[in-house]
Design a binder for this molecule. Structure first.
Ligand SMILES: C[S@@+](CC[C@H](N)C(=O)[O-])C[C@H]1O[C@@H](n2cnc3c(N)ncnc32)[C@H](O)[C@@H]1O
Length: 124
């Protein structure tokens, strides 16, 4: 049930919900979800044929942005950084965001305000 970022290389990564019994297929081969269960974030996972590997990474706002498919316009790290800086965001801040979209910005806003802050994000 954990969400994990499957890291192939810095240009190829994807978010995956681990579901025992399933198999992930990508250009590096086949990877059993069962083999992900119980592994630590950061672990290397060998493909079934043992020829290639991926890394299992803990999701972060940066990795979420990098792993989104780019069918629609999303905000990227440079603009997200500038927005957080100019809003002087920090723990406890309250933010209202219009246009959640894929949540590329939302994840960074939520982390910046922390558990004592609040993010209200609206998507129609
Ligand atoms: C360019 S996308 C936003 C991407 C998002 N900021 C991200 O980084 O993933 C714009 C989003 O705003 C939504 N949107 C546009 N007008 C809106 C409105 N008036 N109220 C709420 N959402 C709106 C669209 O449906 C779309 O999902």
């Amino acid at each position: 049930g954990a969400l994990v970022i499957i890291y192939e290389d810095h240009k190829h990564m994807s978010a995956l919900r681990v579901e025992p019994g399933k198999t992930l297929n990508n250009r590096f081969g086949a990877f059993r979800h069962n083999d992900m269960v119980g592994r630590r974030y950061g672990a290397q996972l060998l493909s079934l044929d043992g020829r290639k590997y991926v890394y299992l990474l803990r999701p972060t706002p940066e990795l979420w942005t990098a792993s989104l498919s780019h069918r629609t316009q999303i905000l990227y790290i440079a603009d997200i950084s500038m927005i957080c800086l100019q809003l002087e965001l920090g723990p406890g801040a309250v933010v209202v965001e219009a246009g959640t979209g894929s949540g590329s910005l939302s994840h960074a806003l939520a982390r910046a305000v922390g558990p004592t802050g609040r993010l209200h994000t609206y998507e129609f």
